[in-house]
Ligand binder design. Sequence first.
Ligand SMILES: Nc1nc2c(ncn2[C@@H]2O[C@H](COP(=O)(O)OP(=O)(O)OP(=O)(O)O)[C@@H](O)[C@H]2O)c(=O)[nH]1
Ligand SMILES: [Zn+2]
Length: 211
Amino acid sequence: MSNKDVLKGESRDGYVKIDRYNEEKIEAVATHYKDILGQLGEDPEREGLLKTPERVAKALQYLTHGYDLKPDEILKSAMFEEDYSQMVVVKDIEVYSMCEHHMLPFFGKAHIAYIPNGHIVGLSKIPRVVDAFARRLQVQERLTNEIRDCIQNTLSPMGVAVVMECKHLCMAMRGVQKQNSVTTTSAFTGTFLSNDKTRAEFLRLITASLD
Ligand SMILES: Nc1nc2c(ncn2[C@@H]2O[C@H](COP(=O)(O)OP(=O)(O)OP(=O)(O)O)[C@@H](O)[C@H]2O)c(=O)[nH]1
Ligand SMILES: [Zn+2]
């Protein structure tokens, strides 16, 4: 299913209904953006800007479509009983989110691990959960914790580990203007908290991408 279908408001993979992408809402947001263009000293009627308010409205709705997703349902839709109790690591998951202070992007990578406790989850569902929380107005710390809590509470594994490394455009293209700083956040549960060796093994497995 394409992004276009999601924007049209159709159900996505059967586990969530999206109802925010209707014409009325796009039009309401676009009207405000037409005003904003004027306030910024632009001419909203010039050719290049005629469709801009609508484009921005659609883009913003897409960038916040995570509000309409149900991350726990995403996980529940592909949980399988399996006798596998070693660490499962999905690393280098691309993340695009928006900081809630400036509504500017922050982006980078998430590295996620869990240790099954009777159930495994379809691998693709982990990046889907990341997106469901990332496509909202966020701070990196809360995003990290929300991913951890969702996996822990839904899958009940022996432990969950989440590390995120992101660049924040609000720190690069404005404000303090540090072009190369990267923010790292982490969140752990269960064995990753109580067992230093397990945590070290996870960090070792993701080290290549932390460099
Ligand atoms: N902890 C945290 N802070 C963030 C995140 N994204 C942006 N920020 C920070 O949010 C803070 C907002 O601070 P304010 O002083 O209210 O805003 P500001 O005047 O625009 O701050 P400057 O960016 O320093 O110019 C800034 O320090 C941002 O760097 C995030 O994900 N986590
Ligand atoms: Zn910001």
